[in-house]
Design a protein around this ligand. Structure first.
Ligand code: NDP
Length: 397
């Protein structure tokens, strides 16, 4: 029996709140706090049990700390934006509360994805007897747990790891992002980066692509090499990995719009003077694009996210593919959200459950692959994200 405080009433926050509400034996008290109170109230009205709601600007450390001191939760689930990670971690330290998020901190003025800022909190969380669990979404999150599971049960050594994220769904909109548009576009327009033989190699944004045949009828799609934050923690915690890459599918339509937006400067994150005041073009673009939470009733099709790993088992080469398939319409029927928010929100709840039940113990700052993957994997099957293992003939070259 524990009290959880969820920060962020967006697409992911809605799913986390629903999923925590479905597990009252762990999450006996739920508070949903966000910048816009009406969004918390809208989500609370969808549930069949009462929760508390609160307004907070999580950038304001003092206000966030005061909220935690007033509510006294056991854990904060941060599903606001990456910019809020550090102020919320500071507030958790001040108030003595465990912390969990789904995306690494990014400084607003630079699209830079790395764990250094949050790993630097290691001593402070350890000394305070608290856990901070970083990146408990799907990717990062489940992909980290999949890798740990592969290493524990399927391969004695992982030599090559390819994380492959496919959204084969369609929302029928000319251009929309599946999660926060500002964060999504910062990520997609960044340089590609992958790990090979102990060094990071860079590629121009979305310049490197190939085809991949997805299982269960999804079929062949174009996948694009990108940098994704879990690569950094996975090669740190599994130093035997010789090559680690991350791939994502994009429709031709998405890429066409993105190219034009980039060419005309609408994806810039530096301030531009407009009619006597500074605006940031990407923030303005976000205001024009559909709210990802509004895509729930419109999106059809499935996602398929998984890890393809090549390595050694009992001295022989083995290639395994561990994946989940998630159906957008089934997610909407359950929690009124599309599958991208669902595949992020469910693992956030499951990570919180591991901490609150004492299954995963600290103290300190952790990525998910540092813990025993088995209880988390069992909970994925139990709470809506079942997984499949396939032996495959060969990995990606
Ligand atoms: P949304 O934009 O839909 O929701 C973000 C919410 O955070 C909004 O309700 C917003 O409030 C609130 N918020 C923003 N700033 C503040 C603040 N200063 N104080 C309090 N609340 C604030 O985003 P998503 O739900 O799509 O994404 C949420 C997080 O999940 C992001 O960090 C994203 O990177 C991460 N993510 C992780 C994935 C993974 O697999 N690991 C995949 C997808 C997303 P308001 O409505 O007032 O603007």
């Amino acid at each position: 029996m524990a009290k959880v405080l969820i920060v962020g009433a967006g697409g992911v926050g809605q799913v986390v709140t629903h999923k925590c509400a479905q597990v009252p034996e762990v999450f006996s008290d739920i508070v949903l706090a966000s910048r816009t109170l009406a969004k918390c109230e809208r989500i609370a009205a969808q549930l069949d049990r009462p929760i508390a709601v609160a307004q907070v600007d999580a950038d304001d450390r003092a206000a966030m700390t005061a909220l935690l001191e007033r509510e006294r939760p056991d854990l904060v689930i941060n599903v606001a934006l990456p910019y809020q990670d550090l102020p919320i971690m500071d507030a958790c330290l001040a108030a003595g509360v465990h912390y969990l998020d789904t995306a690494n901190y990014e400084p607003p003025e630079e699209a830079k994805f790395e764990y250094s800022w949050q790993w630097a909190y290691q001593d402070r969380f350890r000394d305070r007897g608290l856990i901070a669990l970083l990146g408990s979404g799907f990717d990062p999150g489940v992909t980290n747990v999949y890798t740990a599971y592969i290493r524990k049960h399927l391969l004695d050594e992982i030599h090559e790891l390819d994380i492959i994220d496919c959204n084969a769904g369609d929302h029928g909109q000319p251009f929309a992002t599946n999660f926060n548009p500002e964060i999504n576009i910062r990520e997609v327009t960044a340089e590609g980066r992958y790990w090979r033989e102990g060094a990071w190699l860079s590629t121009p944004p979305l310049s490197h692509r190939r085809r991949f045949d997805f299982p269960e009828g999804i079929g062949t799609r174009q996948i694009y090499l990108m940098y994704h934050e879990e690569l950094e923690s996975l090669v740190k915690h599994f130093p035997e990995i010789r090559r680690a890459r991350f791939w994502m599918t994009f429709s031709d339509n998405y890429l066409k719009h993105l190219e034009v937006l980039r060419n005309v400067g609408m994806t810039r994150i530096d301030p531009v003077m407009y009619e006597g005041r500074e605006i940031i073009p990407l923030k303005f673009l976000k205001a024009l694009l559909p709210d990802p939470a509004s895509l729930g009733p419109l999106t059809k099709g499935r996602t398929c996210i998984g890890c393809l790993a090549r390595g050694l088992k009992d001295g022989a080469e083995r290639v395994v593919y561990l994946y989940n398939i998630c159906d957008h319409e089934a997610c909407y029927r359950e929690v009124q959200s599309q599958a991208i928010s669902y595949t992020t929100g469910v693992p956030a709840m499951i990570g919180a459950k591991q901490i609150l039940t004492g299954t995963w113990r600290g103290p300190g700052v952790f990525n998910l692959e540092q813990f025993d993957p088995d209880p988390f994997m069992a909970d994925l099957n139990r709470h809506g994200l079942p997984w499949t293992i396939q032996d495959v003939a060969q990995g990606l070259d």
